[in-house]
Each structure stands twice: as C-alpha cells, then as structure tokens.
Design a protein around this ligand. Structure first.
Ligand code: IPE
Ligand code: IPE
Ligand code: MG
Length: 246
C-alpha cells in the first residue's frame, strides 16, 4: 500500500492508500426523492459522482477501483427505471469513458454482458479493447453483476475442466477459484465503501471481500465528495488488519 500524507485532518495520521477499493454506489433514488425528482435524475447525478471519484482515485494512486453500477437483482425495478439506466449507461459509454483516456485508466466490465442490448454490449467491448493497453488504474465497472452468479459460473467452468480431465479435483485451491472469477488476476479489495447508510453487501464481491475493511457512510451517492473519500481513507488507515493473525 502506498502512503499518502496530503489531506489527513488529524496530525501524524499516516494515510494508507488501498491497492483496491470497491464502492457500492447506492442512494441515487433517495437523493432524487428528497428533491421531488424522478429516480432517473438521481442516477444521472450519481453518474457525475462516479466520474469525479474515479478520477480522484486514479490521481491518489489507487491501483484497482471496482464500482457496483447494476446488480443481477436490479432488473426487478420498474421498466421505466431500468430503461432510464440503460440509456444512461449508453451515453456514458459513448462520451464520459473517453475522458478516462487522459488518466490512462483501463476499463473492464465485470458481470454477465449477455442480457444487455447489442449496442450496449458493443460499446462495452470497445471500451475494454481500446483501454486494455493503458498503464493506469484498473476500473472494474460491475454491470449485471451478482457475486453468487459469479461463483456459480466459476463452479461450472471448474467442473467442466475436471470432467474433461484438464484439471484434477484434488488440485483445486482457493487460488483456482479466484482465477475463475471476473476479477481473476486482481488483488482482493482492501476497502469496500457503501454510501447511503445501508449495512449490507447486496451480492457484491462475496468471495473477494473475505478480509476487506468495510466503511459505511451516511451520504447518498450523488452527494459523495472527495472529502468523503478522504474520510473513508482515514477510517481505513486506523484499522488494524489482522487476517486471522494476532
Ligand atoms: C444505486 O442507487 C443505483 C443502482 C442500484 C442502479 P439506488 O437506485 O439503489 O438508490 P436508493 O437506494 O433507492 O436510494
Ligand atoms: C446495490 O444496491 C446495487 C448497486 C448499487 C448497483 P441496491 O440498492 O440494489 O441494494 P439493496 O436493494 O438496497 O440491497
Ligand atoms: Mg439502493
């Protein structure tokens, strides 16, 4: 972990920059409802926050950022909200992600792309392809992501390797399982931030979060600022991570 001494409010607190941060971008709907606006206005505002926080993480030296944008369960929402979200994703992939070029950000989508429209899938692949040789922060955008689904997929792929004889079941390790997840090759998240005050994981990185530090913040995602991120980093820096040791 890198050391970051810039913005701590507390004297002598050394800020550790996590190698991998996960963010459950929650609270867009409540933000809009508080303003008597449609929920889609909250998603639009949340997309601006995403842009700002991603750039900030890249600037302070985070190596991997995973943002939860749409879960496998979010299809349950009213059609109107789902289609507003799909339109927003589309315009984002067309414009905003091009911005990340200046920061050398590598864009990856984690989750099952197959239910998305052809246009959207094409844009996702184009973004992955055009950014893959950059050398900056890796940004995982979790879309139609559910960690239980991710684990089921891994189990299916591992069992077919065992069936075909390519893999011996006695040789399956924790590393084997990790290598079949969407985050294959990446370190587990050190810190997971959930704005909006909800104390739950909502199917996000269940395997990968075994030893992640959780920071729940009371801000709704559209109101989340770089100062809030700094505060989460301060909280993280004071934690004593033992990984089961003493
Ligand atoms: C998060 O905000 C965005 C998505 C899940 C797509 P919500 O839409 O869940 O906002 P709240 O939790 O209802 O306020
Ligand atoms: C989690 O938020 C999913 C995303 C932020 C994309 P939800 O709003 O869907 O989670 P619950 O329903 O509060 O658990
Ligand atoms: Mg929510």
């Amino acid at each position: 972990m890198a050391l970051f001494s810039k913005k701590s409010n507390e004297k002598n607190l050394q800020i550790n920059i996590p190698e991998h941060i996960g963010i459950i971008m929650d609270g867009n709907g409540r933000w809009a409802q508080k303003r008597m606006l449609p929920r889609s206005a909250g998603h639009k505002a949340g997309a601006q926050t995403f842009r700002k926080i991603t750039r900030y993480c890249s600037n302070i030296g985070v190596k991997y950022l995973t943002v939860y944008a749409f879960s496998t369960e979010n299809w349950k929402r009213p059609n109107e909200e789902v289609s507003a979200l799909m339109n927003l994703f589309k315009s984002y992939l067309e414009e905003a992600l091009a911005d990340f070029k200046d920061d050398s950000i590598v864009v990856k989508f984690i989750g099952d792309k197959s239910p998305f429209s052809e246009d959207l899938r094409k844009l996702m692949l184009e973004n992955e392809e055009s950014s893959k040789n950059r050398d900056g922060m890796v940004l995982n955008i979790a879309m139609n992501y559910g960690s239980r689904d991710e684990i089921v997929r891994a189990v299916k792929r591992i069992s077919s390797k065992v069936k075909s004889g390519e893999l011996n079941s006695d040789e399956i390790t924790e590393e084997t399982v990790s290598s079949y997840l969407y985050t294959s090759g990446q370190p587990d998240p050190d810190l997971i931030i959930r704005p909006s005050g909800e104390y739950r994981i909502s199917n996000f990185m269940l395997w990968q979060c075994a030893y992640s530090e959780f920071v729940i913040m009371n801000k709704l995602w559209p109101d989340f600022s770089t100062d809030d991120l700094d505060e989460a980093l301060e909280i993280f820096s004071k934690r004593n991570r033992r990984f089961g040791g003493v």
